[in-house]
Design a protein around this ligand. Structure first.
Ligand SMILES: Cc1cc2nc3c(=O)[nH]c(=O)nc-3n(C[C@H](O)[C@H](O)[C@H](O)COP(=O)(O)OP(=O)(O)OC[C@H]3O[C@@H](n4cnc5c(N)ncnc54)[C@H](O)[C@@H]3O)c2cc1C
Length: 382
């Protein structure tokens, strides 16, 4: 069978759509195959908004990639003439020694990033939406804000199509068969041949990369939107996006009222409840809403009154809670993007570039050691 494509991208969610666009923009003959439609309700990339921040408490080594991700988001927005990235600042609230506050501070200091540390009084005057405990502080990352997932994905797909990529929706890939010369891709409706394949299937990654089944765990996530009691305090000019450390109760995140549904909140990883990616997400229940209603009543009393809606989504967690973006060991024609452990969307604009680098050049000049199989598994997994 002759090679039909330079690269095939499987899964056109966040990472796949960005990778397809990046590959097509470089002149590669590319095809993208998506089982459903972009940003559908079982994917990890729906729900209006995703946090982006520069001072990264998780690990300061993400910061150089984030700087490049910001540049790429801004050029995507300029090309599309659309609102993709909005800067509101991100306020990281907690005890001064909490990981969210101390890690963000260390990351900002290490990379010389602007930041402000606010005590309880200063925070209340400046950002009246938030209720604080004595001794809590807020670390403001002024470059933080939010990205629009649906608009970004649709934008990447539009650009990919304009640059000549073939887009197939409603077509599920059931097997990839790599060999020395390329990869045969078998779908529910066809067979394709490509030099390289990028597998970006999110929560379904283990179906096509079964070596990841013991490591990449999809879990259920729930977010809810609340109508502000006081619309003034919940406007993005007065209420930045936030992360809040709640000690043994985990960490919560949220957004000001950026749409008609109002203020959005969730708890990172929710109840860490494993799910089967093949089954529909279990519906939102009273335990879910009690957790989120309790948080907003206590911590955002003026910003949020009654709950407008709640929905489920999926994280795909690795044990390290980092990302895995690399060529599959022993299979140089298979590139994997997986398991962004609930904090990957902000990196989509740079992950797309990395995936296209790996597929088209065999390596990326960007600092990607953090995401490698070697880092995660030390070569032991395969
Ligand atoms: C509620 C929630 C809040 C989050 N908040 C943040 C945040 O604030 N900031 C942040 O940076 N990140 C955040 N994240 C994480 C981020 O959204 C994800 O890391 C990211 O969206 C994952 O994108 P993906 O491309 O890997 O997966 P997806 O977007 O889910 O794409 C995978 C696609 O592959 C398709 N597919 C699967 N199997 C096949 C197959 N066999 N054939 C063809 N197609 C297939 C699927 O249909 C799907 O469309 C959040 C996630 C959730 C769920």
């Amino acid at each position: 069978m002759s090679v039909e494509f330079d690269v095939a991208v499987i899964g056109l969610g966040a990472m796949g759509s960005a990778a397809l666009s990046s590959a097509a923009a470089r002149g590669a003959k590319a095809i993208g195959i998506e089982a459903h439609f972009p940003a559908h309700a079982l994917s990890s990339s729906h729900g209006d908004s995703r946090l982006i921040r520069l001072g990264y408490f998780e690990d300061p080594s993400y910061v150089p990639l984030l700087k490049r991700a910001y540049e790429n988001w801004r050029s995507l927005a300029a090309r599309l003439r659309a609102e993709i990235l909005t800067v509101t600042g991100v306020l990281q609230i907690g005890a001064p020694e909490s990981k969210i506050v101390s890690g963000t501070r260390a990351s900002c200091e290490m990379h010389g990033l602007p930041h402000e540390l606010l005590d309880k009084g200063a925070m209340k005057r400046r950002f009246p939406a938030f209720e604080l405990e004595d001794g809590e502080v807020g670390l403001l990352d002024p470059q933080g804000g939010y990205v629009r997932p649906e608009a970004a994905i649709m934008g990447y797909l539009k650009l990919a199509a304009e640059d000549g990529a073939a887009l197939h929706f409603g077509e599920r890939v059931v097997a990839i068969e790599p060999d020395d010369a390329g990869v045969t891709i078998v779908s529910t409706t066809g067979r394709y041949r490509a030099r390289k394949v990028i597998v970006a299937t999110g929560a379904w990654i283990a179906e096509l990369v079964p070596q990841l089944r013991p490591h990449a765990q999809p879990i259920r996530q729930v977010v809810a939107w609340y109508q502000p009691r006081d619309g003034f305090v919940a406007e993005p000019q007065r209420m930045p996006c936030f992360l809040r450390d709640e000690g043994a109760n985990g960490s919560f995140f949220g957004f000001p009222a950026i749409g008609i549904d109002g203020v959005k909140v969730g708890r990172h990883a929710h109840f860490r409840e494993p799910i089967d990616p093949e089954a529909p997400n279990p519906a939102v229940n009273d335990t879910d809403t009690a957790l989120l209603d309790g948080f907003v009543a206590k911590r955002l009393p003026d910003a949020a009154s009654f709950r407008v809606r709640a929905t489920t989504c999926r994280y795909t967690m690795l044990p390290s809670e980092d990302f895995l973006i690399d060529t599959l060991p022993g299979q140089p024609n298979v590139v994997v993007s997986s398991a962004c452990s609930g904090h990957g969307f902000k990196f989509t604009s740079i992950v797309g570039e990395i995936l296209a680098d790996l597929a088209l050049q065999g390596a990326s000049a960007l600092p990607t050691d953090l995401f490698s199989f070697e880092k995660h598994f030390g070569g032991r997994m395969i």
